[in-house]
Design a protein around this ligand. Structure first.
Ligand SMILES: NC(=O)c1ccc[n+]([C@@H]2O[C@H](COP(=O)([O-])OP(=O)(O)OC[C@H]3O[C@@H](n4cnc5c(N)ncnc54)[C@H](OP(=O)(O)O)[C@@H]3O)[C@@H](O)[C@H]2O)c1
Length: 169
């Protein structure tokens, strides 16, 4: 099973503010949906809380919420107490590509522990104010490929580039 991470990052590494996303990029949301659909997704409890209730669990995906709380319950979700258990569960279910979807604490932990095989990063080409950041990583450790280049338009107010990074062996 491949473990992938998917994230949208500003030029100053900001990914969120006040437990929310900052930008509204429907085209990138569509990429996120198409990429993760019918797969297992692994989310930190705070990121899961930040998803508007009408959109969660994210449909047509197995939603795995990671929390340290022993009594945490959420309808139609798998709840686990560690990131390793989340990945194990996806593997046990026969998943081929499991997606780590954030937030900041979870991204930091999976990268520090070398659990990620590839990353889909949407680089939003502006700086934003925020309180949650994507960890810096060494681009030399990853083979990168540009998937989408999108210039701002009426519906997507910021330029962005989607790149796929594969961990070098
Ligand atoms: N731009 C993007 O692509 C993107 C993507 C995702 C999220 N975000 C943003 O990121 C922010 C949320 O990120 P965050 O860093 O505050 O929180 P988070 O990573 O989503 O969740 C943190 C929570 O996860 C649980 N947790 C973390 N590490 C754990 C571990 N090792 N074992 C078990 N449980 C663990 C804990 O839950 P308990 O407290 O319940 O124990 C912890 O409080 C929001 O602003 C969101 O909008 C942005």
């Amino acid at each position: 099973m491949i473990v992938s991470l998917i994230v949208a990052v500003a030029e100053n590494n900001v990914i969120g503010k006040d437990n929310n996303l900052i930008w509204h990029l429907p085209k990138d949301m569509a990429f996120f949906k198409a990429t993760t659909l019918n797969h297992h997704i692994v989310t930190g409890r705070k990121n899961y809380d930040s998803i508007p209730s009408k959109y969660r669990p994210l449909k047509d995906r197995v939603n795995i919420v990671v929390t340290r709380q022993k009594d945490y319950k959420e309808k139609d979700c798998e709840i686990v107490n560690s990131i390793a258990s989340a990945i194990d569960l996806a593997r046990k279910n026969g998943e081929t590509e499991c997606f780590i979807i954030g937030g900041g604490q979870i991204y930091k932990s999976v990268l520090e522990n070398n659990l990620v095989d590839q990353m889909y990063i949407t680089h939003v080409l502006e700086e934003f104010e925020g309180d949650t950041f994507f960890p810096t990583f060494d681009v030399n450790d990853w083979q990168e490929k540009t998937l989408i280049t999108h210039l701002k338009d009426d519906k997507n107010k910021h330029d962005f580039i989607v790149k796929k990074y594969k961990k070098k062996k």
